[in-house]
Ligand binder design. Structure first.
Ligand SMILES: [Fe+2]
Length: 283
């Protein structure tokens, strides 16, 4: 089955949000939504999320799922806002508990954080989006909890690989592992060659427009980090060397503390203002 897929590309963070559905008037899933956040002013906005809301309403879709491929470090999730506007159950990989625990030493955990997502997917768990059949694939490496969602002939690969000329995701966050990512990507690239892969991000090199869709065949042929023939040892060496040169993502501290509790913002303090916390010298 070939689902319909609408992509929303957020230029600020390079994130692509997807609405996946069978046809107008059916159930849909929204994957990896973005709450706009300006770190200079501390201001949030729902401008990006509202484009998704408008699309879902215009196509008379019923939002069944608000899926996250992982706890993102580069943007805040808009899942709570979308859930209020459109309904839908939030879902992420069951290993999110490992990520929540890894950050417990720096970010005070909100009570009941382990229940902040409506659904935790087990590896290879089957689920439905209306008449569309879907499967949650556990693809750890970038983080322990990364999932890819296989929906008909399409797979939403999260932060495993990027477009062929960009390569793969970093593996140096807590619980990340380059060898594990290699095996996860190999599993995805063993799918039928014409399988459509949808990236969670694109960081296009100068002179190329942003793109986010590619086939398994093209990744196997051209991916600069992990095309067919690259060994696990070669990949791990390349990835480890490269990760040592990367800076922390600009929004990692704001994003992680919100995203490990399904995008819920901190409660307001006595003065009515919500605060994000920046741990000093913890990383
Ligand atoms: Fe990520």
């Amino acid at each position: 089955m070939k689902p319909l897929i609408q992509a929303f590309h957020d230029k600020t963070t390079g994130t692509v949000t997807y609405v996946v559905y069978e046809k107008d008037g059916t159930d849909c899933a929204i994957i990896d939504s973005v709450l706009d956040y300006d770190p200079k002013s501390g201001r949030t906005s729902t401008a990006s999320a509202d484009l998704v809301v408008d699309f879902v309403r215009a196509h008379r879709l019923n939002t069944a799922w608000l899926l996250e491929t992982h706890a993102h470090a580069d943007h805040l999730s808009a899942a709570p806002y979308l859930s209020r506007q459109l309904g839908g159950r939030t879902g992420i990989g069951a290993e999110i508990s490992v990520v929540q625990q890894a950050f417990a030493r720096v970010f005070p955990q909100r009570p009941g954080i382990e229940r902040s997502f409506d659904h935790l997917f087990q590896p290879d768990e089957d689920f439905a989006i209306g008449a569309l059949r879907a499967r949650a694939l556990h693809v750890p490496g970038h983080t322990p909890a990364d999932m890819a969602y296989q929906i008909g002939d399409a797979v939403f690969v999260g932060d495993t690989m990027f477009m062929p000329d960009v390569g793969t995701a970093r593996c140096d966050f807590p619980g990340g592992c380059a060898a594990t990512l290699y095996r996860s990507v190999r599993k995805l690239l063993a799918l039928p060659p014409q399988t459509r892969l949808f990236m969670c991000h694109d960081y296009p090199p100068a002179g190329r427009e942003a793109r986010w869709e590619v086939t398994v065949a093209e990744q196997n042929e051209k991916n600069i980090h992990i095309r067919a023939g690259v060994t696990e040892q070669q990949f791990v060496e390349m990835r480890t060397k490269r990760d040592a040169t990367l800076e922390m993502p600009v929004l990692i501290l704001p994003a992680i503390q919100v995203n490990i509790s399904a995008g819920q913002l901190p409660e307001a303090e006595e003065n009515g203002v919500r605060y994000l916390k920046i741990p000093l010298n913890a990383f």
